[in-house]
Design a protein around this ligand. Sequence first.
Ligand SMILES: C[S@@+](CC[C@H](N)C(=O)[O-])C[C@H]1O[C@@H](n2cnc3c(N)ncnc32)[C@H](O)[C@@H]1O
Length: 917
Amino acid sequence: MGKKDKKTAKGRLDKYYHLAKEQGYRSRSAFKLIQLNKKYSFLEKSRCLVDLCAAPGGWLQVAKKYMPVSSLIIGVDLAPIKPIPSIITFQEDITTDKCRSIIRNELKTWKADVVLHDGAPNVGISWLQDAFSQSELTLKALKLAVEFLNQGGTFVTKIFRSKDYNNLIWVFNQLFKKVEATKPASSRNVSAEIFVVCRDFLAPKKIDPKFLDPRSVFQEVEIGPKNKSIDVLNPGKRKRYREGYEDGNYTLYKEISILDFINSDDPIQILGDVNKLKFDTEKAKELLNHESTTEEIKICCDDLKVLGKKEFKNLLRWRNIVKEKKQDQSIENNSTKDDEKVDEDQIIQDELDELTKEKQAQQKRVRRKTNEKRQKNVVRMQLKMISPTDIALESSGPDGGDPLFDLKQVLRKIRKGNMDIVLDQENDNDDIMIEDQNLLKDQYEVSEDNDDVQLEKELDELYEQYVERRAERDAKYKVKKTREEYEDWNDIQKSESSDDNDNITMESVHSQDDSYSSSSDSNSELENETSNKLKSEPPKKKKKLLTNLSDDDSKVQKVGGLSKKATLFFDNPLFKDVLKNYDNENHKTNQSDEEEFIKNEKFNEKSDKSNDDSDLNLEDNSDLNSDDDSNLNLEDDSNLNLEDDSDLNSEDDSDLNLENETNSDVFDVKDKVTELNGHFLKRKADDIGDGINDNIEIVPQDKDNDKEMWDANEFDDDEKRMKRVKEIGLTTAEAITLAQQLVNRQKTKYDLIDEGFHRTTYNDREGLPEWFLDDEKQHNKLNMPVTKEAVQAIRERMKALNARPIKKVAEAKARKKIRAVRKLNKLQKKTDAIMDSADMTEKEKVNTISKMVSKTQNKTKKEVKLVVAKGPIKGKKGRPKGVKGRYKMVDSRLKKDARAIKRVNQKGGSRKRQKRR
Ligand SMILES: C[S@@+](CC[C@H](N)C(=O)[O-])C[C@H]1O[C@@H](n2cnc3c(N)ncnc32)[C@H](O)[C@@H]1O
């Protein structure tokens, strides 16, 4: 029987039962304390603990495990507790003074850091009664806790969710700083128990005794008045009543007026409770004269306790007759006042009941609807009509509040290790009072605002970690980031040493080189590049974003490179007049611009020409070195090599006169070309900037503040983009299209301004999370129209870039070339010396020089073609067909034969050596 009961009683043999058995805990409720401690961590920092209602001792075991060694732990219970080493236990009722004094004796001078109470009184009368006894016991435990707790101590108690709950919590709040109600996962959902953790005991000097008096703390509970009374018609069903005497009446004898009996709603109860019905008042006495009031009735009213079923029935019948006929009006008049009072109370009670019922019905309806909706969603999901995310988006809580699948809520609960609360709220049974639910919710929500902030922080941190992880995994991403940093650093360097920029230094050549190779997609190359950069110049120095406005150049940049926001601001109609004035001048400016453009175009042509010339020169050079550079094709990478060549200046400047002559033009040309590339963009910026220039007072920035000022928000990347355009030209089809449109006058300044207004114009980026901005950067882009030609141009450019050799090859080629140039220079010196010598005739001089030149040229070995001998003759006769130039006949065995010959020769050599010895 026992086994069966165990299994059926609320599924007692659950996970925690088995876990407790496995881990040697005496009760499954040990896990409740473990989970509570996990959430609030009060055991680890405590040195003294009192466990009220501790049997069989599961909580004591947990306390011993989690508290510091040699802590004082005391346990008390009605039931005996099997001894646990180093824990003091005794058997006593916690509501008694004896128990109090024993605890005091055990504690001596100590005070407890934690008082636990998991008491469950012997229950089973009715739910209401059980809950009340539990609350009463809790209050008793609190009384002990208040006496023995240290200031700042913790009191953990179990309560039932009943109507006394609020009162108890109120009392707790008066005595403790923090009061939180929670239901650990190990507490069964079907159980109405809940645990309240009261922390930071305030230890007031005086405590109002009312706080700890059940009569003042709890509302009155009607405790089974029906149980007490005797059902006179069914005396066999009588239940025992051990409550004792009624308040204010300490006798067992009871008399009431006959009028009360007649007017009572429950006459049977009166007959059971009362000893005598009195005809005391005048109106009552009138009843004695009533026709139906027989002598028997009168005698029966005299002593009800001796009557039997029959007499009681007679009495009731008589009552009905008296009431029905209403012969005695005075009876009713007499009792009017009492009646009204009773009726009023009844009405209020009925109304309250109705309201509660209505509320409960409403809650039920909402819950049913939510369940139906959920059910429908599940079906729809199974039919693949919707995805789980859709449900999460559309579903909301029963009150139209928080969504059912609120990620934040779930995350929060998971983070707290308190997932069960979410589940509990869903699974709550009807018998659990709804008011209590709401109160619980309120309590949980107290810390939700803080939690939100915390959660946001944690999410941000997680995103940062994700970005770092991605950077670690993705070499490209890492390189991109490093390059960005490096470029900023380089920009600063450049701007700092802008005075020296006329002469191209080694660094600047390097940076140009880098910017070229940056377009290559090769990961390894990028990594090498980055690591080199990192080695040479760690970009740790802080960026200097604000330039000195007193400097003329920077002034222009500041106005021309207005940020988008600033540009939009000045596009306000308020500035219309300014723009009008500007418009008048615009025509003139446009003319001069056109002239400038034509000039530039011409210059461009010229530069192209000179570029070709330089290529030719280089070709000549390469011809001179043809023996060394047979694989070099200088024509292909003239531009690139020219840059690399400048690298070589450092090696031997004197040797590079010839090179410099060739290259200087090309560098000039390149500068002009980049200038032209930037021309259109700069003009666009100037168009907008110049118009407003006059009306803005530009305040020079304080030099001293310069170092201090660093504001990421003020970062203006227009300026950066301009620089990049100057360096490598327009890189997107959109930019080329725009440039074309501006040049061809298909677009005006106003068009640009108009286009500046779009749906994302006023998007405020401030305060937005990093991950969102990153995502926006990637996907939320304007769709700019592009022309076929622009796309074609970009493609061509990419093709050209792809066709270029990688940096290492280019460097190798450049090294070969420099060697060739050196040789050429030496040769020239020698020929000069020969030409100057007076000892040789002109003919001899020519012969010697031509010999020297041919010597340098003939160094390349002439290629010998290997021809495999086939057929019967095996190539022994004459030149094989179709073979031109030098050739060598080989057969398939040639390799082996050659090795054999070598071996034999070696052997022969060693024998000779041995002989010599
Ligand atoms: C749920 S059990 C406690 C389990 C305990 N926390 C553990 O972990 O083993 C409840 C206990 O409260 C005790 N109890 C109920 N009323 C009590 C009272 N007035 N004084 C002392 N103990 C009481 C019962 O004897 C019972 O052992």
